[in-house]
Design a protein around this ligand. Structure first.
Ligand code: FAD
Ligand code: SF4
Length: 519
């Protein structure tokens, strides 16, 4: 009997959803699922060991689950002898192994991979259909329609549309609690003697253990600690992590969302971004679960609204901007910043306590929370004038949840002002006083946060004024910066000069020569 030729369904590392549109459009009897661990994707930036472990292990578990559900899965491991090292090479090899009449693939999340997939029809001489990725709340077209004709994009207005669209925290056509946004209540500094929930830690099973060994031996140019891996790698695990957050983190999430405490890496944050971005959880199911806790009286409105805003607001908004502005977005450099990142971004070895803590926990866990990413590592890179592309590559490498569509607008746009203010109305630049207000780092730092010049002065202080001064031609017209520019103008000439000299001394002293050779 002649066997029927089949549909090949490639599934990428961030498409680990059982309801994926390419699977939903196919019959398991007539399809071969292809999953590929390829060197090009794993090495084009030096990914953190725990990110590699998370993604490969989650892929292997997902392939196993698909097999149990009746799908034929062709899984290419990183160390397979003939692994070509890239997606196109692997699809080409799979076409030779199976009798395939067409390829069906869910649209990739990253511009570069979408271009690859679009080229397969011509390159591999086979029909390719790209199915719509329905795992987001706004479509790319919806975002483009919303953005059309607006001079400035503001997340808040887009977010309100998403509240109306989903009905989340809505009381008829009014926002629940009488206001759209409770952010003002979400800026409490935490205290060191507060009790924070320990993250839920998952014991690596034999599949994950194999991946840990593979990553340790196969990847010479990885960074971060491969030991102590505790992330979930399955949908069931991710659901457990969601429940754990709802029970232990959500009630205080709002109040302490922006806080930082030495030695506390997670506070009340959810640690759900890797699961969400890999497809193990969906944005709506998380938000509905949060809303349910609020309606049951288990979480206050500022926590529930604050959390839901991050997902249906910020996450969808940055995705919209990514697709609207690519491909040249990645090259933007509004402030013409060109400096390499200091070596300590790869080692955590610095006397600046705030940076030491944020980078240290990043290298350990592949995780830092939003304010650490924005106001510590991002702020410092912005103040020293680091090349936004280099900063983008660092963030893409080090975080377990980093995929270009979400990482790039956050890094290049929000944190480095590389897009000239598409994402934020002013640069997220601050002196040491913000860090002192929101954290307890300054108390144990060798630098004095209140000092601006001299050997012990907090580097953020003079670097802040240097940043404002050197970018004045570009930034002075920004209304939201009127106050600091007035203060700069009013500043005594001698004081101003001493700040500039202090900052220049610091910039010259930054060791950027060996960056990356530490990996
Ligand atoms: P929580 O604090 O518990 O927040 C809840 C959820 O909201 C997150 O899981 C995430 O899905 C979503 N969210 C919150 N803020 C944002 C945001 N600005 N953009 C998109 N989603 C958001 N997030 C990523 O998912 N991947 C990245 O590569 C990434 N890179 C970043 C780089 C920089 C410079 C900055 C400033 C932020 C970046 N973020 C990124 C956003 C945010 O820092 C992380 O989503 C968050 O820290 C993940 O930890 P969590 O799950 O504990 O988040
Ligand atoms: Fe960071 Fe300055 Fe505070 Fe030290 S004193 S922790 S460098 S802000």
């Amino acid at each position: 009997m002649k066997t029927m030729s089949k549909t090949l369904i490639p599934i990428f590392a961030d498409q680990l959803s059982h309801g994926l549109s390419s699977l939903a459009a196919s019959d398991p009897e007539e399809a071969v699922v292809l999953m590929m661990e390829v060197a090009h994707e794993a090495e084009h930036v030096p990914h953190h060991s725990k990110k590699l472990i998370f993604l490969f292990s989650a892929m292997r578990h997902f392939a196993k689950e698909l097999g149990e559900a009746g799908w034929t899965v062709d899984y290419v491991e990183m160390t397979d002898a003939d692994n070509s090292g890239d997606f196109t090479g692997e699809v080409e090899r799979a076409l030779k192994r199976h009798d395939i009449s067409q390829i069906r693939v869910c649209e990739p999340s990253v511009y570069r991979v979408l271009q690859l997939v679009k080229g397969w029809e011509a390159e591999l001489d086979i029909p390719v259909s790209i199915t719509f990725d329905d795992r987001f709340i706004a479509t790319k077209d919806e975002f483009a329609d919303w953005a059309e004709g607006r001079k400035q994009f503001r997340m808040e207005y887009f977010y309100r549309e998403m509240r109306r669209k989903t009905g989340l925290l809505m009381d008829g056509d009014k926002p629940e609690g009488g206001q759209w946004n409770f952010d003002k209540e979400n800026r409490k500094p935490a205290k060191a003697d507060m009790a924070f929930p320990e993250p839920l830690r998952f014991q690596p099973d034999p599949i994950t253990q194999d991946v840990i060994e593979m990553v340790k031996t196969r990847f010479k140019t990885r960074l971060g600690n491969a030991d102590g891996f505790f992330w979930a790698v399955t949908r069931d695990g991710a659901l457990e992590a969601l429940d754990y957050f709802l029970d232990h983190g959500l009630p205080s999430f709002g109040d302490y969302q922006d806080a930082m405490i030495g030695g506390e890496s997670f506070l009340f944050h959810s640690l759900l971004s890797p699961y969400l971005n890999a497809g193990l959880l969906g944005p709506l199911e998380i938000c509905k679960a949060v809303e349910t806790r609020y309606l049951a009286g288990d979480a206050p409105i500022n926590a529930a609204e604050g959390y839901i805003r991050q997902i249906i607001g910020w996450r969808e908004y940055v995705r919209g901007i990514y697709w609207l502005e690519m491909p040249d977005y990645v090259e933007r450099n509004h402030l013409n910043a060109t400096r390499a990142l200091p070596d300590f971004y790869w080692t955590g070895e610095t006397d600046m306590e705030c940076l030491k803590q944020s980078i240290g926990q990043t290298l350990e866990h592949a995780y830092a929370h939003h304010i650490q990413r924005l106001m510590i590592t991002g702020n410092f890179a912005l103040l020293i004038g680091a090349d936004p592309h280099a900063v983008h590559e660092w963030y893409l490498s080090v975080y377990i949840d980093a995929f270009e569509w979400v990482e790039l607008p956050n890094t290049l746009g929000m944190s480095q002002f590389g897009d000239g203010g598409l994402l934020g109305s002013k640069p997220y630049a601050s002196s040491g006083s913000y860090i002192n207000r929101m954290s307890d780092h300054c108390g144990s730092c060798r630098y004095k946060v209140k000092e601006r010049v001299g050997e012990n002065a907090c580097p953020f202080n003079s670097l802040y004024w240097h940043f404002m001064d050197r970018n004045k031609d570009v930034l002075k017209g920004n209304n939201r910066l009127a106050m600091p520019y007035r203060n700069l103008e009013k500043m005594d000439a001698e004081v101003r000069q001493s700040l500039m000299d202090q900052a220049e001394g610091l910039l010259e002293g930054l060791n950027t020569s060996k960056a990356k050779s530490y990996i």
